[in-house]
Design a protein around this ligand. Structure first.
Ligand code: GLN
Length: 476
């Protein structure tokens, strides 16, 4: 069976009468069944997706359909869709039905996308392998014994295996880019504040951002066009107008690119990733771009700073799951305190509990200054350093991940090993800049490799047009 890789291809087929949107949807349903063992979907929305597909088909036939007509898209299971379940892959929200839709869902539907289902992820988006999901790990379609990456692992595998055309994920410290990298997709994390988070289950609010996983740059650009922009329900969204991202083309002038020296030279970096990145750097030079190796001496501070700040924020965000307001409730407790304790002890998984406790610790009296406040100060230094580099260069180049997809079970027992996997992605999250993971072919075991580009705040237009050019010159 065929895998589609761009919306323009699908729209062409529908316009020629080679297929219809309802038929295309059935094609995806069949594929989802065929690849059920990958565990990418927490739920397939058969009913609402079929209704949406027929309604959009009618609009397409009448020539008055929206920009996303023909796009069958999956959403990470931490994004609310009215009258549908949303669980954050947690027992805590196992049976929770959302009473409203996230702004991103409203915007997808307003442009006639069909939402096919909700995708598995790490519990409350905390993880980098999709192994913390209450509903089990997602398997990488390139090697089913390996992880999909996380936390948006279901989103990445759904696109990788052609179970839908595109997917939404969320990226707090790499959760769109890292699974996209492990699965050979394109993963875009826009600037902090580019897309509304209204209706997105919060993990760490000064980091969380909705991102896209696609097989083509054009689809990433189109989705961003639809999703970005001010929202009266989320005051953190920028009022800057969203660009016509699809139309932006590379300028004649060549780009200046800073390669972060310590990331490429890092001992932790897999040699095949280093080689693939070096080859692509040669191709960029041949195409006339300027490449400079720039020192970034704060590399060792990234992971600690990220984990202090995100655990602190998550301990606050997750306090609402108390067995009273939302979701899971223990039914045997005989006092209010016991109800809180038992509901939270039983409703949350190990990783989430660990982070709530760590976060509560770093915020507690006597430790606040030493950890939380210090981490805020270091974050500022990191951001200033990145802004400085980006004042002299168009883009920063660095790896997405130190290794290709690792085996299921390999890292989950050791949180430090797992957290260190995030070293190259948390940089753009701490700085709030946009970043993209782009595929770089496969290694000798046929596992996808990737590279990351980081751009100035709100320069998604430049980042996307350059990404299209990069994939052309590296022929990905
Ligand atoms: N792996 C990182 C973490 O566990 C990133 C998660 C994310 O971006 N949601 O926090």
């Amino acid at each position: 069976m065929e895998k589609y890789t761009s919306l323009s291809e699908i729209q062409g087929l529908i316009a020629q009468g080679a297929t219809t949107l309802p038929d295309l949807l059935e094609h995806y349903f069949l594929r989802i069944k065929e690849y059920e063992h990958l565990n990418a979907f927490n739920e397939v929305f058969f009913l609402s997706a079929r209704e949406q597909a027929s309604a959009v088909q009618a609009k397409m036939s009448a020539g008055r359909a929206g920009k996303l007509a023909g796009m069958v898209i999956g959403i990470k299971d931490n994004i609310c869709y009215k009258n549908h379940k949303v669980t954050a892959s947690s027992r805590m929200l196992e049976n929770f039905v959302s009473p409203y839709s996230a702004t991103v869902v409203e915007r997808l539907l307003a442009e006639d996308a069909v939402i096919i289902g909700r995708l598995n992820c790490d519990e409350f988006a905390m993880g980098g392998s999709n192994e913390t999901s209450f509903f089990g790990p997602v398997r990488n379609a390139a090697d089913e014994d390996r992880v999909a990456g996380g936390s948006s692992g279901g989103s990445a595998v759904a696109v990788q295996a052609g179970l839908c055309l595109a997917a939404l994920g969320t990226d707090t410290g790499g959760s769109v880019r890292q699974p996209a990298a492990f699965c050979g997709n394109i993963g875009l994390k826009p600037t902090y504040g580019r897309i509304s988070r209204y209706g997105v289950i919060a993990y760490a609010s000064s980091f969380d951002q909705v991102g896209t996983i696609t097989s083509s740059v054009d689809d990433a650009a189109l989705l961003l066009e639809v999703l970005a922009g001010a929202d009266a329900y989320d005051s953190t969204v920028s009022a800057l107008p969203a660009g016509p991202y699809r139309q932006i083309r590379e300028p004649e002038t060549k780009r200046r690119i800073a390669v972060l020296k310590e990331t490429i030279e890092s001992e932790a970096l897999d040699p095949e990733i280093r080689q693939a990145i070096s080859n692509s750097i040669e191709l960029l030079k041949n195409a006339g771009h300027t490449i400079d190796y720039v020192s970034f001496d704060l590399l060792d501070y990234l992971v600690p700073t990220y984990y202090i700040l995100t655990t602190a924020e998550s301990s606050s965000n997750l306090s609402r799951y108390d067995g009273v307001h939302y979701g899971y409730r223990n039914t045997e407790a005989t006092s209010l305190n016991e109800l809180y304790k038992r509901s939270r002890a039983e409703g949350f998984g190990e990783e989430v509990k660990k982070r709530i406790m760590l976060g509560t610790f770093v915020l507690s009296a006597g430790y606040y200054d030493a950890y939380y406040q210090k981490a805020q100060q270091v974050r500022r230094l990191i951001r200033e350093k990145i802004d400085l580099v980006l004042s002299a260069y168009d883009f920063i180049l660095c790896p997405v991940t130190p290794t290709p997809a690792f085996r299921i079970g390999e890292n989950i027992k050791d949180p430090l090993v797992m957290y260190m996997e995030d070293i190259f992605t948390v940089l753009a999250s701490l700085a709030g800049t946009p970043a993209i993971a782009l595929p770089l072919g496969n290694n000798s075991d046929n596992l996808p490799l990737s590279v990351q580009f980081i751009a100035k705040h709100f320069d998604e237009g430049g980042l996307l047009s350059f990404s299209r050019h990069f994939l052309e010159i590296t022929k990905q």
